[in-house]
Design a protein around this ligand. Structure first.
Ligand SMILES: [Zn+2]
Length: 306
């Protein structure tokens, strides 16, 4: 969407202005001549024509205000909110569902990391408009609403008890550094004390023996010093899945513990910017896509071992 035809109503600062504009797919004849006319015409309906916040540097709609407002005040409010909280994720659409949660539609033009497949429905906090980063996103509005009905209604969105995020204490057995001296993991023709050791050993199978008694920490350190096989990036997910299937299928106690987590989502949090295997909680990563591959593998294995 861009306004290839608009008239500036008010300059807000050196960059942004409120303009009367229309969607590129709207009817060009609908551009109104004055504020009062547009206001009267647009009253009570979603405008394809209306007041928009223009980025005068690009001539396009401002990326934080991808909608037209029926009222001048709507556009002004949008601008003011953005100035107060410039970090909020821009959304094409924002539908408040209750006092805590709003449904938002993102487009890849606005946030490619949130929606790699074009449009994506997801949730944000109604008040702050900050994304609820622990919640998944959905290709359709109906799927998002179904998820809201099941999980988010009644303000459960920030309830971490619905998600296993910390692989320590009672969930320490989920950690790849969990040491199994009495029941080593048998895989790749060897016994390993930790899943991390078994996983890292495949970075360089010729030196796999040196990983057999490694702890999680020492396995990671060692893994940085062995010659890395060239296809590592393309096989590492499979190696992780194989190792964890061995870990939980070979040991009845661990298998029972994993099954006892029921259907609770597993999503390890960290603060080291690892959004590939888990979900980094730092402010910098707030808008980044969380792949949570480790949690996903564990949930798949749980399903398989039932
Ligand atoms: Zn981070």
């Amino acid at each position: 969407m861009s306004t290839n035809n608009y008239q500036i109503v008010k300059e807000l600062d050196t960059r942004y202005a409120i303009a009367l504009g229309f969607c590129a797919d709207g009817d060009p004849d609908d551009v109104y001549n004055n504020v009062e006319d547009a206001r009267a015409q647009n009253e009570g309906r979603t405008p394809s024509v209306g007041f928009v916040v223009i980025d005068r540097q690009t001539g396009e709609w401002a990326d934080f205000a991808m909608q037209a407002f029926a009222y001048y005040e709507g556009a002004l409010q949008c601008y003011n909110e953005h100035m107060e909280q410039p970090d909020v994720v821009p959304a094409l659409l924002l539908i408040p569902l209750d006092e805590n949660v709003a449904l938002t539609l993102y487009h890849e033009d606005l946030s490619s990391e949130l929606c790699p497949n074009g449009y994506t429905f997801t949730f944000c906090d109604s008040k702050s408009r900050m994304a609820l980063v622990n919640e998944p996103s959905f290709p359709t509005c109906d799927e998002a609403l179904a998820y809201y009905e099941k999980h988010l209604k009644a303000g459960e969105s920030e309830d971490d008890t619905q998600v296993i995020t910390d692989f320590s204490g009672e969930y320490g057995f989920l950690n790849n550094g969990y040491v199994q001296i009495d029941h080593p993991i048998h895989i790749f023709g060897r016994d390993f004390y930790t899943a991390e050791g078994a996983f890292q050993s495949q970075k360089c199978p010729e030196q796999a023996d040196s990983f057999r008694d490694a702890t999680g920490r020492s396995a990671k350190a060692l893994g940085k010093h062995v010659p890395l096989r060239s296809d590592w990036d393309s096989i590492k997910d499979l190696v992780m899945a194989e190792v964890l299937l061995a870990k939980f299928s070979q040991n009845d106690i661990l298998r029972q513990k994993l099954l006892s987590t029921g259907d609770v989502r597993i999503e390890p949090h960290n603060t080291r910017h690892d959004n590939y295997w888990g979900n980094c909680q730092c402010a910098e990563c707030a808008w980044k896509k969380k792949e949570n591959r480790l949690g996903t593998i564990l949930m798949r294995i749980r399903e398989k071992l039932r």
